[in-house]
Design a protein around this ligand. Structure first.
Ligand code: C2G
Length: 128
């Protein structure tokens, strides 16, 4: 059982998120998502439209996602990798190089971001 982990806010779920999760699942058998809590989003200077519970339910409805855990700190990744016996950490390449230190615990993989879509773009174009 090859276990994959990724992290994010996943607000206003869009096909960029879905493509990331689909490619994460293709790397193994079991995908864990560390979902940023509302409090952690404040640390990330992100204001999500949907709260944590709603974002969690939406992720759990996605066939590529097997488990959603809270992400409430920048420093939890190494512990999560140990605790959940993770083989691969993956994330979009907007983070390229930021998490190379996790190489000591598991494989690290950066996926190309999906062009033309982002939560910010959706909010701006909807004027919200
Ligand atoms: N993503 C993507 N293509 C897009 C938009 C997002 O591939 N057009 C990916 C991001 O690269 C990330 C995931 O979808 O891997 C979730 O995106 P965000 O919710 O924006 O994640 P972020 O706020 O960058 O949180 O500790 C890590 C952070 O929690 C990452």
């Amino acid at each position: 059982m090859k276990r994959i982990i990724t992290y994010g806010t996943f607000d206003l779920m869009h096909y960029g998120h879905i493509r990331l999760l689909k490619r994460a699942k293709a790397l193994g058998d079991y995908v864990i998502v560390g979902l940023s809590t509302d409090e952690f989003n404040q640390q990330k200077d992100k204001k999500a439209y949907h709260n944590f519970e709603t974002r969690k339910k939406m992720l759990e409805a996605i066939r590529y996602v097997d488990l959603v855990i809270p992400e409430d700190s920048w420093d939890q990744k190494k512990n999560d990798i140990e605790k959940y016996q993770v083989d691969v950490f993956c994330i979009g390449d907007d983070w390229e190089g930021e998490f190379d230190d996790l190489n000591s615990s598991c494989e690290v993989h950066y996926f190309s971001r999906t062009k033309g879509v982002s939560t910010t773009k959706i909010k701006n174009e909807l004027g919200v």
